[in-house]
Design a protein around this ligand. Structure first.
Ligand SMILES: *Cc1c(COP(=O)(O)O)cnc(C)c1O
Length: 684
């Protein structure tokens, strides 16, 4: 720990904190950076390393008031305590040689490292944080996108435009790892070109994340890792090969021998080919035994029933890059292609079927999604009954300390939040913490988005997520007159905050954004509908800590899990959602609201949307508004507060990454770890 007595030593102390993303789960830490230059910190997307690079020692010396140094010492103390704490994994005393390699195309650790697009990435980031806290031996492997996903703005016609600012690596806590593995990728003419990989290490407490980057001198000038999910099909394939094949080569370069490989979604599935090549070429195994061996030690998590989320490539495109590798694995091309097809009629090479066929352990991300996945992929196991399809489920969770508000954390415990305490907290205290979160949200949207007309006394509804079609952001707006009436109600009005990005190629999603913004401009919206540009993790945190009601209206059953509602629930923000994903198992009338549109069996999508819109308005008018606006003599909404208590106490612990990670370890990693050694010893 650095002793602070002047600007230079304060800088050293703050850099020591900023160089490890464990700073993201201590709310007070961000306040330390925020206090130095609030406006600039927000402009820099809350990147502490960048902020420090702009401040002089004199600036820092001025900031080092006794109060500031006391707060700094508190943060340093918490970080040291975190580091020194006995971990769950140590106490559990599992096999000493377990090492999990966790592959994901996106990681959302913090707003300042923009290599995520939505829920999948934030989940992976939260999961690394949990692995660090629990002490589970796990390394993350991902890609470093120099231009991230994109930053969203609206043009004069309320149409989304995308900006792709270049990330300056010198202003991020990234350590360049001295190695340069090579992967051969097909260029646009189909010729194989060797590409050298740059490798960055990111510290996340006890865990490490390695990010692969192709911006290396001497590489061809097509920028493979420029943007997340960017480029044409050929570039998408290059990214998947880099992540999978390149990822395994990075691990070997680091001298790591993971016993379990976990594919977080199918993007990394080609890692199986590289592992197979090692077994065949370097260990001399026959192809079928090699497949059996890598299968035994692989865990695959599927994340979506939406077809676009399950990538399929033209086999000829795959062949250009991977034909040689497949040959070296001793696999006939047709046999390899068959591994990527649901059944004989399929024409494309699907990463999900390939991952499922080469992973002994597979899971969906909520109970309902597990069932939906078994149905969706039944074709891979036609001889089995539906309930015997080997896809189980582990429901997602969120990293609670990343998402809980400072006030609530303070009320629930000194070190770790004790969520059950919410049941005993005095109503005034809980309500005051809630109001503080709302105040901070309104202040934040005023300073960063210029939105000043919101009223803290009005029931505030939050709706923020990617504008994918199945998420149905337009459902609330499909009854404009009814909505206008609620917005302008003199006794019990509502206000609505909407945020979210549409995929750059998704014109339908952009239409919905335009529709919402156009509605917000109408006089009937009464200034009470606001679209907030550029949804990312900071805005997400403010919203889930600041609104009253969290609305989610997906088309069932396409929301595999949904995690923003978990972040809301933990903060005592009440969920009002279609019974899909996590909410199908979390909902009870004691902790929130269910939207259950009763369409006939076999109803069309349009009919289902109609029924759900009716149900949504009925819930708002008949249940939500009365519970929120009914006040006791002290002005407290006791019924609403009861919902808050139950939401925090019951859902807070259940939908956390600690529970989730422990389930992965016990139910999948340990069997996969044993599977790996079983097959090893049999072969040897
Ligand atoms: C949590 C989170 C998501 C995922 O939310 P869903 O409810 O699963 O759609 C997406 N984007 C950001 C920035 C988040 O923080």
């Amino acid at each position: 720990m650095t002793e602070v007595h002047d600007g230079a030593t304060l800088r050293a102390a703050l850099l020591e904190i900023a160089c490890d993303f464990s700073f993201t789960w201590i709310a007070e830490t961000r306040l330390l950076f925020d206090a130095l230059a609030p406006r600039r910190f927000a402009e820099l997307h809350h990147n502490p390393t960048a902020l420090l690079s702009e401040l002089t020692d004199e600036d820092l010396a001025r900031a080092a008031t006794p109060d500031y140094l006391e707060r700094l010492a508190r943060v340093q103390g918490r970080l040291a305590r975190d580091r020194g704490q006995e971990t769950w994994w140590r106490c559990r005393s599992g096999p000493a040689d377990l090492l999990v390699a966790y592959f994901s195309a996106e990681f959302g650790l913090d707003e300042s490292l923009p290599i995520y697009s939505g829920g999948l990435g934030v989940l992976a980031g939260d999961y690394l944080k949990a692995a660090s806290e629990l002490g589970v031996p796990l390394v993350g492997i991902g890609l470093f996108y120099r231009r991230g996903y994109f930053r969203q703005q609206l043009d004069e016609n309320d149409r989304q435009i995308e900006h792709y600012p270049l990330t300056d690596t010198s202003r991020l806590p990234l350590e360049l790892v001295p190695m340069a593995p090579v992967v051969e990728l097909a260029d646009d003419d189909g010729d194989l070109v060797p590409v050298r990989l740059g490798v960055w290490r990111v510290r996340v407490g006890r865990a490490s994340l390695y990010l692969i980057d192709t911006w290396v001198e001497g590489n061809p000038d097509w920028a493979v890792t420029d943007t997340l999910y960017g480029g044409d099909r050929a570039n998408r394939l290059r990214q998947e090969v880099l992540l999978g094949v390149g990822g395994v080569r990075v691990l070997r370069g680091l001298g790591l021998e993971p016993t379990v490989f976990h594919l977080n979604e199918g993007h990394s599935a080609f890692l199986q080919l590289e592992r197979m090549r090692e077994l065949v070429e370097e260990q001399g195994l026959p192809a079928d035994e090699a497949v059996e061996r890598l299968r035994a030690s692989t865990v695959f998590t599927t994340h979506t029933p939406v077809p676009a989320g399950n990538e399929v490539f033209d086999p000829e495109l795959v062949r250009l890059t991977l034909g040689g590798l497949v040959e070296r694995c001793g696999l006939a091309w047709e046999d390899f292609v068959a591994l990527g097809k649901v059944d004989a009629t399929a024409t494309g090479f699907g990463l999900t079927p390939f991952a499922l066929r080469t992973s002994e352990y597979a899971n969906g991300v909520s109970e309902l999604h597990g069932a939906v996945s078994r149905e969706m992929w039944h074709g891979l196991w036609p001889e089995r009954r539906l309930d015997e399809v080997p896809i189980t489920s582990i429901t997602n969770g969120i990293h609670q300390r990343t998402w809980i508000s400072g006030e609530l954390e303070g009320l629930l415990g000194d070190t770790e939040p004790q969520f059950e305490r919410a049941r005993e907290l005095p109503a005034e205290e809980l309500w005051a913490a809630r109001s503080k979160g709302k105040e901070r949200l309104l202040e934040y949207v005023a300073t960063t988005r210029g939105v000043r007309e919101l009223d803290p006394d009005i029931l505030t509804i939050g709706f923020a997520r990617r504008f994918a079609t199945y998420k149905r952001a337009s459902l609330l707006f499909s009854r404009p007159e009814r909505l206008a009436k609620l917005l302008a109600d003199p006794e019990r009005p509502i206000q609505v905050l909407v945020a979210g990005k549409a995929h750059p190629a998704d014109e339908g999603g952009k239409d919905v954004i335009q529709l919402v913004v156009d509605f917000a401009r109408e006089p009937t919206a009464a200034g009470r509908v606001v679209f907030l540009e550029d949804y990312e993790m900071t805005l997400a945190r403010r919203l889930v800590q600041g609104v009253d009601l969290w609305l989610n209206t997906p088309r069932r059953p396409f929301e595999a899990s949904g995690t923003s509602g978990m972040k809301a629930a933990l903060n005592g923000v009440i969920n009002c959602s279609i019974l899909d994903g996590w909410w199908a198992e979390a909902y009870s009338p004691e902790c929130g609201f269910a939207i259950e549109g009763r369409a006939e069996d076999g109803a069309s999508e349009a009919e289902q949307d109609e029924a759900d819109a009716d149900a949504l308005y009925a819930v708002l008018e008949e249940q939500v508004l009365p519970a929120y606006y009914e006040r006791d003599k002290a002005g407290l909404p006791q019924r609403w507060i009861a919902l808050m208590r139950e939401s925090i106490a019951e859902l807070g612990p259940r939908f956390g990454t600690a529970r989730m990670a422990a389930e992965y370890v016990e139910r999948l990693y340990l069997p996969a770890h044993e599977g790996a050694s079983r097959v090893t010893s049999r072969v040897a």
